[in-house]
Design a binder for this molecule. Structure first.
Ligand code: GUN
Ligand code: ZN
Length: 447
């Protein structure tokens, strides 16, 4: 199953490829053929190994367009909204990432969690320390994963030990770009945290760095929380609004990914469309932090056609699972009078995410020539899903059940560039092992 175009426009049926008893042939990490088993199997070398997943659905790997790997240690922290949550939980947690060993342990846990949830690509925030970026990319490279990320830039309104300067942020980011960008399947994202924690000078230097390296991404947050929007207006009184702070600095364009975008004005949405920026919709985070409801209808309108992907936003977000994130996106759609059907939900979590990150030529769908990042979905992973799946007459009905009822248990296997990166039934054999050892057998980070 693969959604091979944007189903918010045009005929949805023709964009969904679903082959009953299909076969995906992988050569050198790429998809070389896709088709019915009975047609393709006889064309293969007899020695070619074939893995069968009877009853499973082969989907493109999921793409998480916004996540903070350094916030795993504060996932599910109680009681605060955005700014207080940052001060009370996120900043102290991120301060620990000056320690390379700690950063390495959390990175390992992060990538274990991604593949356990069928996520094969992500755009991630690291911490301000280059060590946190090195740990992240080293681990991704070791696993040959297609991920993007970058060092957070902050030169004000955060604890002293987390601050850089406009110049040091530029210098460190440039060095990290040289070290990691385009290495293996990695990409660098220039990462000013958000307008309140950067001076005008830092935002401008971030934009200058991007002009020098135009094939990097820019990622930041925008209009997530009403108090944040008011604060930005106070900090940048000469600007027309939140988006204009970034726009005026030179940070807005087709390589920019903006997380949340809940409280954008009509004029800002128009500008996002015109500049071809991409948005990351993070429903579990927006509910958890009480930030508000993202209005997908407003950005997918025919006149705007803004690129959108889904983000977990862990640790403001509460789930790595893109299946659960699809379910939450559906509920936010319900609350805003915009039900999102299964084809659209799966698109947002796969090709839509790839398009948001500018990697759609390589991943996001199962098509010949693309990198073989795949997930095998189990429609019988719980008694209830099994029971409900018996009523699913069409692939769209089955996918909808997975989006609403599925979670990590529905991930049977995850393939990264054609190699098995996770197999649920093998991993479970390791669960319940000695204290301090995770499901993969790794050492857990210290408390
Ligand atoms: N805005 C600025 N920083 C953050 C962060 O770490 N998480 C969320 N959810 N929003 C932010
Ligand atoms: Zn975030």
């Amino acid at each position: 199953m693969s959604v091979n175009g944007d189903p918010f426009y045009g005929s949805q049926g023709s964009l969904l490829t679903d082959i009953e008893d299909g076969l995906v042939v992988i050569k050198d990490g790429l998809v070389s053929h896709v088709g019915p088993y009975h047609v393709l199997a006889k064309t293969l070398d007899a020695k070619m190994p074939i893995t069968h997943y009877p009853g499973g659905i082969v989907s493109p790997g999921f793409i998480d367009t916004h996540v903070h790997y350094v916030q795993i240690p504060v996932l599910a922290s109680y009681g605060e909204r955005l700014i207080d949550w940052l001060n009370l939980y996120a900043f102290p947690a991120e301060a620990r990432f000056c320690d390379s060993n700690y950063a390495t342990l959390v990175s390992q846990m992060f990538f274990d969690e991604l593949v356990r949830n069928g996520t094969t690509s992500a755009l991630a925030f690291c911490a301000v320390y280059p060590e946190s970026v090195d740990a992240f990319f080293s681990e991704a490279l070791r696993r040959n994963m297609s991920v993007l990320g970058g060092k957070v830039l902050m030169d004000r309104n955060a604890p002293m030990d987390l601050l850089d300067t406009a110049q040091s942020a530029y210098d460190m980011s440039k060095e990290l770009i040289h070290k990691w960008h385009d290495k293996g399947r990695l990409g660098y994202a220039i990462t000013p945290r958000f307008a309140p924690t950067s001076t005008q000078q830092q935002l401008e230097m971030a934009a200058a760095l991007h002009r020098e390296h135009p094939d990097t991404l820019i990622q930041t947050h925008i209009a997530e929380n009403e108090a944040e929007v008011v604060w930005v207006r106070e900090l940048f009184p000469d600007r027309a609004g939140y988006l204009d702070v970034y726009d005026h600095s030179g940070l807005i364009g087709s390589r920019t990914v903006l997380a949340h975008a809940i409280h954008l004005t009509e004029a800002e949405r128009r500008r996002c469309s015109e500049a071809d920026v991409a948005l990351s919709h993070c429903p579990t985070s927006n509910s958890f932090l009480g930030s508000g409801l993202f209005r997908l209808r407003g950005v997918k309108e025919d006149k705007y056609r803004i690129r959108v992907g889904l983000g977990s936003d862990v640790g403001g977000g509460t789930r790595f699972s893109m299946l659960e994130t699809m379910g939450e996106a559906y509920k936010v759609g319900g609350l805003t009078g915009y039900p999102i059907n299964a084809i659209r939900l799966f698109y947002l979590a796969t090709l839509g995410g790839a398009q948001a990150l500018g990697i759609e030529d390589k991943v996001g769908s199962i098509e010949v020539g693309k990198e073989a990042d795949l997930v095998i979905l189990d429609t019988h992973s719980t008694p209830l899903l099994d029971f409900r799946s018996r009523d699913a007459d069409t692939i769209a009905e089955q996918l909808f059940l997975l989006a609403i009822m599925g979670d990590d248990r529905a991930i049977l296997a995850t393939y990264v560039a054609g190699e098995l990166a996770y197999c649920r039934d093998n991993a479970n054999a390791l669960l319940g092992s000695a204290d301090g050892v995770g499901a993969s057998g790794r050492q857990l980070p210290p408390r």
